[in-house]
Design a protein around this ligand. Sequence first.
Ligand code: NDP
Ligand code: MG
Ligand code: MG
Length: 330
Amino acid sequence: MNVYYEQDADLGYLQGKNIAVLGYGSQGHAHALNLKESGLNVRVGLRTDSASCQKARAAGLQVDTIADAVKWADVVMVLLPDQYQKAIYDSEIAPNMEPGNTLAFAHGFNIHYKQIVPPDTINVIMIAPKSPGHLVRRTFTEGNGVPCLIAIHHDATGEAKQQALAWAKGLGGAKAGVIETTIKNETETDLFGEQAVLCGGSAELIKAGFETLVEAGYPEELAYFECMHELKLIVDLFYEGGLSRMNYSVSDTAEYGGMTRGPRLITPAVKAEMKKILEEVQDGRFAKEFIDECNGGYKNLNRLRKENSSHPIETVGAKLRNMMSWLIKK
Ligand code: NDP
Ligand code: MG
Ligand code: MG
């Protein structure tokens, strides 16, 4: 597998081009600001009543409507929520793209599941930072970057790959490593990862651990520190040096207890369920369910959000985090 670094990418493929970043949310603000500070000519496209307009202007960015930004741009990066991209593409993006332009995404959902089917007169590329947007920004301001995946869905001009590499470099990603993949592989691994491990698996593991201690009569504060707070410290060790670094750093007691008890939790039955989750991603069942959920007004999502935010770990956690002055208050 090829991994690209700074010397493999040439910002020249984007210099002198008009670059529109649509959306100024988690990813949008990071892409717009990082690319601008990398010397590129960036404008932000937002809906007319956008609450983010002020923020983007205060950061020194020119803001246009989505339609005007697309009309002006040679390269358009779509950083809007996945579930709204199709409608906005149909009404404001597609009518304003010209042959030879480039359409870019940070996640392959809409291309892979054919919600958006661009004409073959334009380049279609993906640059997917493997990180939340706020860290894409923070690591850049610290002089570093986050790893990125790139994919070339369609190369109309012969420069699609060079542009994707240049974008990743402008974001700071070429400092950490840029891997070329396909839209299919990015989309399916991304959805599986967030469902099984990163968001779904980890949150349920935390809640189950917390509930087990509290139901056995231990104080909520102890349970919070043990099952949620400390997890960050452990994950930092994975991040820095893998499983070995974690096992090297924790006590022999923790190492032995973890290695003997962990497999009793993540049993072959858990892995069998993971395989089912992966199949639903691969055959499009998850995508269809999510699109139906959005079209139906988020009934399940709203109920689940409420259930999660009223979990006791949230109340005790908010109280304890309030005392940790180094945590940025949001
Ligand atoms: P956000 O939800 O943070 O972005 C919201 C932005 O889209 C805001 O500027 C918002 O406008 C605008 N927006 C929302 N709804 C509409 C609408 N109906 N019409 C016009 N504009 C709208 O998105 P993310 O940054 O999380 O995701 C963007 C893309 O990046 C997605 O494809 C996602 O999969 C991908 N991605 C996200 C990651 C992340 O860290 N979150 C990680 C890697 C990829 P306003 O400011 O007016 O509210
Ligand atoms: Mg994702
Ligand atoms: Mg301990």
